[in-house]
Each structure stands twice: as structure tokens, then as C-alpha cells.
Design a protein around this ligand. Structure first.
Ligand code: AP5
Ligand code: MG
Length: 225
């Protein structure tokens, strides 16, 4: 399957993408994570991206599309992929549509994770990430690690993202409204969008997402889990 997860910063895209991708056995492609890898490696592209990310702005389209294409050509995407954070401008959406059309494919579904803006700041302010595993995501209140500052999954050090300061988060929200909301409209016009409430426990949101793509599990009683 080829799925796009879209939604406000802090909606839970990364949290859900890791779980969905594992469930569906497809790679999770996050342009935010790809940029953070470049930043950690100190590449020129990383330095350029860092300037934009720190300011809460989008990295320019041509750079982002290049990074995305480089990732997409790896053989693990042949059976599908789960996109998290790309496309987030109309130019990127058109580029993606063109790339997929070129290989005779298209997106199967766009899941729009909906969360009130008021909850975003609290989610982001409490987020802690693992230095060793980009998909090991914690929250000091909602999913705290057993030992403060240490990843339960691999023992790595937990840290706070530099762009998670409140002023930067406010800017990211503004950019979402102006640049990314039109991408939802673009895919809505193609009949691909399902809006999912991102409110509630992580497992509940995951069940809604799986149901939306026809992968909901049923237990012995036939109830959707
Ligand atoms: P990116 O890394 O994609 O950040 P984002 O879109 O702002 O989203 P976040 O990662 O902040 O939130 P999320 O939805 O993944 O939430 P999470 O699951 O972590 O991009 C960063 C920057 O890179 C951009 O600002 C831009 O500069 C650049 N960039 C990236 N892609 C680009 C592109 N295509 N074009 C141009 N520039 C680009 O969850 C948040 C917290 O909430 C966690 O602590 C989690 O534990 C907690 N949580 C999650 N779900 C729940 C729940 N159900 N209940 C309670 N807590 C929950
Ligand atoms: Mg994320």
C-alpha cells in the first residue's frame, strides 16, 4: 500500500507511522527524519535544512523533493510505503503525483490526523526522542519512559527536539495552515482523504487508522480492536 499520513505538528504522525509501517511491513519515510539524519551527519544539505527547521519554516521544495526521491528509489519501497511529512506543499504534492504516475502507481489513501491546535503545544512540549532510534518516541506525561531520560526500547539517551520550543511550534502551525492545508484539499478532490481523530490513546488512534485502510483486526467476538 502507498499511504500518506498528514496532520498538524504533534498530531502523532511519527508515533502512528512507526506502528502502521511495522504492521503493514512497508517502510516509513519521514522527510523530517531524513533531514535530521543529514543534520547529525553534518552534511551541507543538513546545514541548509537546519536553518529552515530551526525557524519553523519549510525546507525549500527543490531540496525536499530531491531528498525524498533519493529515498524513494531504494528497493524496499517496491511493495509500498508510508509517507510522514511529505508532501507538505502543493509543489511537493504535484511532484509526488508525477513520480507515482511515472511508475504507473498512485497513493491508495491519505489519512488526515485531526487534533485541536490547543493540544499540539502540550504534546510537543513533552515529547522526548531517542538518539539511537528515530521511531522511539516518548512523552513525559502521556507515554513516559520507565527511567527518565532513557529509552525503554534500546537504552539510548532521550532528548528534546530543537524546533520544539513554543515560539517555533507556533510558526510551524502557521506554516501548516498556509502551505500544508491546501495539500489536504488537493487529495480530498481526488477522493483519497479519510479524516481520523488523533485524540485519545495511541492504540485507539492506531485502530482508527487501520480501520480506515481496511486493515482493522477483528477479535474472536468479531469486534474491531
Ligand atoms: P517533522 O519532523 O515532520 O515535524 P512535524 O510535521 O512538525 O511533526 P512532528 O514530528 O513534530 O509531530 P508528529 O505528528 O510526528 O507527532 P509525534 O508522533 O512525534 O518536520 C520537522 C521540520 O522539518 C519541519 O518543520 C520542516 O522545517 C522540515 N520538513 C520536514 N518535511 C518537510 C517537507 N516535506 N517540506 C519542507 N520541509 C520539511 O507525537 C508528538 C508527541 O505526542 C510525542 O511525544 C508522542 O509521544 C505524543 N503522542 C502521540 N500520539 C499521542 C496520543 N494519541 N496521545 C497522547 N500523546 C501522544
Ligand atoms: Mg514526526
Amino acid at each position: 500500500m502507498r499511504i500518506l499520513l498528514i496532520g498538524l505538528p504533534g498530531a502523532g504522525k511519527g508515533t502512528q507511522a512507526g506502528r502502521l509501517a511495522a504492521h503493514l511491513s512497508i517502510p516509513h519515510i519521514s522527510t523530517g527524519d531524513l533531514f535530521r539524519e543529514h543534520i547529525d551527519q553534518g552534511t551541507e544539505l543538513g546545514q541548509n535544512a537546519h536553518t529552515h527547521i530551526q525557524a519553523g519554516l519549510l525546507v525549500p521544495d527543490e531540496v525536499t523533493i530531491g531528498v525524498f526521491e533519493e529515498r524513494l528509489v531504494r528497493p524496499d519501497t517496491e511493495r509500498g510505503f508510508l509517507l510522514d511529512g511529505f508532501p507538505r506543499s502543493l509543489a511537493q504534492a504535484h511532484a509526488l503525483d508525477g513520480i507515482l504516475a511515472g511508475s504507473g502507481t498512485r497513493l491508495d489513501a491519505v489519512l488526515d490526523l485531526e487534533i485541536p491546535e490547543g493540544q499540539v503545544v502540550r504534546r510537543i512540549a513533552g515529547r522526548r526522542l531517542c538518539r539511537q532510534g528515530r521511531e522511539h518516541i516518548f512523552h513525559i506525561d502521556f507515554s513516559p519512559p520507565e527511567v527518565a531520560g532513557v529509552c525503554d526500547l534500546c537504552g539510548g539517551e532521550l532528548y528534546q527536539r530543537e524546533d520544539d520550543r513554543e515560539a517555533t511550534v507556533r510558526k510551524r502551525l502557521e506554516v501548516y495552515r498556509s502551505e500544508t492545508a491546501p495539500v489536504v484539499d488537493h487529495y480530498q478532490a481526488q477522493g483519497l482523504v479519510t479524516t481520523i481523530s488523533a485524540h485519545g490513546r495511541v492504540q485507539e488512534v492506531l485502530s482508527r487508522a487501520l480501520d480506515a485502510i481496511g486493515q482493522g483486526q477483528t477479535d474472536a467476538t468479531g469486534m474491531s480492536s
